[in-house]
Design a protein. Structure first.
Length: 276
């Protein structure tokens, strides 16, 4: 094994150490946005306290932070991940339902509106749209669709990456054009952060790290606000922390609450449009 490839016994920078150092810079970039994180948490808390939802959308690998918000340990009801399997990496890489198709669909104009048509979304809701580049058509049009329905939209993107990337939106719009708050993952143009000797292309992207830092920071601030308002959230917690009985109680009550909140998205579906 080549020690220079994975260790730094002689004090030299290795690719692994380089990546970890770059991740530290992402933490620093996120920490500088604490005020924006608080603003996002304030918007989200208002919707959740009103009995409504924060809709979260991400395509491709950006569905990872969407799923990070709910449901998993340390999360709570009030968030509604909209994860379209045809736009994600849940499917095969090649062949039927492969990535060529997913990446093509990610830039089909009009698909976002078809997705949004499934829900009775109101201006009491909020939205969080996550896109590494902020330039693919469907995430941009999802943000546009949310705003056209009166929702406040929080966006997460790599701002330097977005600036350096040509939009695939038919009108050249980017995610920043349809966001009320824009948070930056801190990644460089192209997302990948590590250069390897003898290899032209950089490797090891950082957008998932940056976006997950942001969504969990927001989540913590939302929990603080809900608790301060007298509505502490039902947090999914591990049995090793709260005991098996309490963990099962929280599991059932949290999922029941989510079901009741989501049911409101279908109660009057279509009625609003038919009356317009």
């Amino acid at each position: 094994m080549d020690s220079n490839a994975s260790t730094s016994q002689n004090g030299e920078m290795t690719p692994a150490r380089d990546y970890l150092e770059k991740c530290k810079s992402l933490i620093e970039a996120v920490s500088l946005q604490e005020d924006l994180i608080g603003q996002a948490a304030e918007l989200f808390s208002r919707s959740i306290l009103a009995g409504r939802l924060v809709h979260i959308f991400g395509s491709g690998h950006s569905r990872i932070p969407a799923e990070e918000m709910w449901p998993r340990y340390g999360s709570f009801p009030g968030f509604h991940p909209i994860v379209e399997l045809s736009l994600t990496y849940h499917n095969q890489v090649v062949g039927a339902n492969g990535q060529r198709q997913a990446m093509y669909l990610e830039n089909v104009s009009g698909l976002a509106e078809k997705i949004l048509r499934n829900f009775d979304i109101t201006s009491e809701d909020c939205a969080l749209v996550i896109s590494c580049s902020g330039c693919n058509t469907v995430p941009v049009e999802m943000a546009e669709g949310f705003q056209s329905r009166g929702l406040k939209v929080v966006a997460i993107a790599g701002c330097r990456h977005m600036e350096a990337t040509e939009s695939k939106h038919p009108a050249g719009r980017k995610l920043s054009d349809f966001s009320d708050l824009l948070l930056d993952t801190g990644v460089p143009p192209g997302d990948s952060m590590v250069s390897v000797d003898g290899l032209k292309e950089p490797v090891s992207p950082g957008s998932s790290i940056g976006s997950i830092l942001l969504v969990n920071a927001i989540k913590a601030e939302v929990a603080l606000r809900l608790t301060a308002a007298g509505a502490p959230p039902r947090v999914l917690a591990a049995a090793c922390v709260v005991g098996r009985e309490r963990a099962e109680e929280l599991f059932d009550s949290a999922y029941d609450e989510h079901a009741h909140r989501v049911a409101r998205l279908y109660k009057d579906l279509g009625a609003r449009m038919s009356n317009e």
